[in-house]
Design a protein around this ligand. Structure first.
Ligand code: PMP
Length: 408
């Protein structure tokens, strides 16, 4: 049996007040709150361990290095990677996607080749590819969505056949819609046509188990801060045979083996892709986060998030003028909606007055907004620590706000 009340006590910020009201935090797709264990891991590191890693000449540095590399092992086990040297630290998914585009891109892509994404991608999974395509004279093509805002698998397969893309890069879960894509099928179909597959897992890791061997993709990327960890840390997992073949992308300390003015040689994996002092405390605290998640009943928490979304839909679907996006999708707990005649930003600001944090706008998915013919939505994104009472309060408050605004 899930005890959400107890779980909430792990997250100190949830007892805050905003505008005199208890905080209702429904902006989890932007960033999640942090459990005390993670906050403690950060302070403990700075109080007891802080030193630079891989320098090896004193005890503190050795301790920091051991914890830092143990964190890499934790990530590898969490996503079922075959080896920890397949785990590369980045600042987040955005930096990770730039890493993949700038290393896999020149390796895999030539003039007139194609990169396939979907219409629902975050800008972080569009712009790095767009820049790459512009540089090499390749084409970036989006696979469209169906009328119900889920991926059109038939059209996706047809585009694979028509263009034989060299790279297919897809989100596991849409940040704007919460839609969970059938990525195992998408990856298998792309691989049958010989494409490299890249998965943007930024919105998935907090909600779903990830097994990179089972997925059989070439790259899987995520951000620590979206799965209860710190900001400033992310992961690129890559297949080691492929990582070995790619050239480094950033240059400097850590990533070299030897340097002389006649030339330099580069370090082994994973360090080849980690120039400069890495985010040490963040990596260690990310491992604490993943341990925290592993100790939860994740299947039950996923059910709980789906239940919160279903309750919200049930309470709001009959509201006059409401459009709920991807209402019947496999979903990771995102309620994206608009109310006819009212601006999403006004709704978000008024919800904030009631202590409810949601996001409004295009959510870094402008092409998706364009395809839906809108300029933004209100997005309430639920997480493991949200409650049915919060959903009821949110729905009642929204109904009151809409009534008030319509009376103006
Ligand atoms: N992809 C998706 C699907 C996202 O939701 C986000 C963050 N909103 C990103 C990529 C970028 O992640 P970050 O800002 O942590 O680099």
């Amino acid at each position: 049996m899930l005890d959400i009340k107890r779980l909430r006590r792990d997250f100190p910020i949830l007892s805050s007040r905003v505008h005199g009201r208890s905080l209702v935090y429904f902006d989890n797709a932007a960033t999640t709150q942090k459990p005390k264990a993670v906050i403690d891991a950060l302070t403990r590191y700075y109080k007891t361990t802080n030193a630079n890693v891989h320098r090896g000449s004193h005890s503190l540095s050795n301790r920091a290095t051991a914890q830092f590399e143990a964190a890499r092992e934790t990530v590898a086990a969490f996503i079922n990677a075959t080896a920890s040297h397949e785990v590369i630290w980045t600042r987040g998914t955005t930096e990770g996607m730039n890493l993949v585009a700038q290393t896999l891109g020149p390796y895999a892509l030539n003039k007139d080749d194609t990169v396939l994404v979907t219409t629902m991608e975050h800008h972080a999974n569009i712009v790095p590819w767009q820049q790459l395509c512009q540089r090499v004279g390749a084409k970036l093509i989006p696979a469209p969505l169906r009328g119900d805002q889920t991926l059109d698998l038939k059209a996706y397969e047809a585009l694979l056949d028509e263009h034989t893309p060299k790279i297919v890069s897809l989100c596991h879960v849409s940040n704007t819609l919460g839609v969970i894509n059938p990525i195992e099928t998408c990856i298998a179909l792309a691989k049958q046509r010989g494409a490299y597959t890249v998965i943007d897992g930024a919105q998935a890791v907090a909600h779903l188990p990830v097994d990179v061997q089972k997925l059989d993709c070439d790259f899987y990327l995520f951000s620590g801060h979206k799965c209860f960890g710190p900001t400033g840390i992310g992961v690129v997992w890559g297949r080691s045979t492929l990582l070995e073949s790619l050239e480094p992308w950033q240059f400097g300390g850590e990533m070299i083996k030897t340097v002389s003015f006649s030339g330099s040689t580069f370090n082994d994996l994973p360090f080849k892709f980690e120039a400069g002092t890495p985010p040490i405390s963040e990596a260690i605290a990310l491992a604490t986060t993943l341990d925290y998640l592993t100790n939860q009943d994740r299947e039950a928490l996923h059910q709980h998030e789906q239940n919160l979304r279903a309750q919200a839909i049930a309470l709001l679907q009959d509201m006059d003028g409401i459009t709920i996006y991807a209402p019947n999708s496999e979903n990771a707990g995102v309620l994206s909606f608009n109310v006819a005649g009212l601006h999403h930003q006004d709704l978000a600001l008024m919800l904030d007055e009631a202590g409810i944090a949601v996001r409004s706008g295009h959510h870094c998915t402008m092409p998706l907004m364009e395809s839906l013919g809108i300029d933004g939505t209100v997005r309430a994104s639920f997480s493991i620590y949200n409650t049915v009472d919060e959903v009821r309060y949110f729905a009642n408050t929204l109904i009151e706000i809409v009534t008030q605004l319509r009376e103006l």
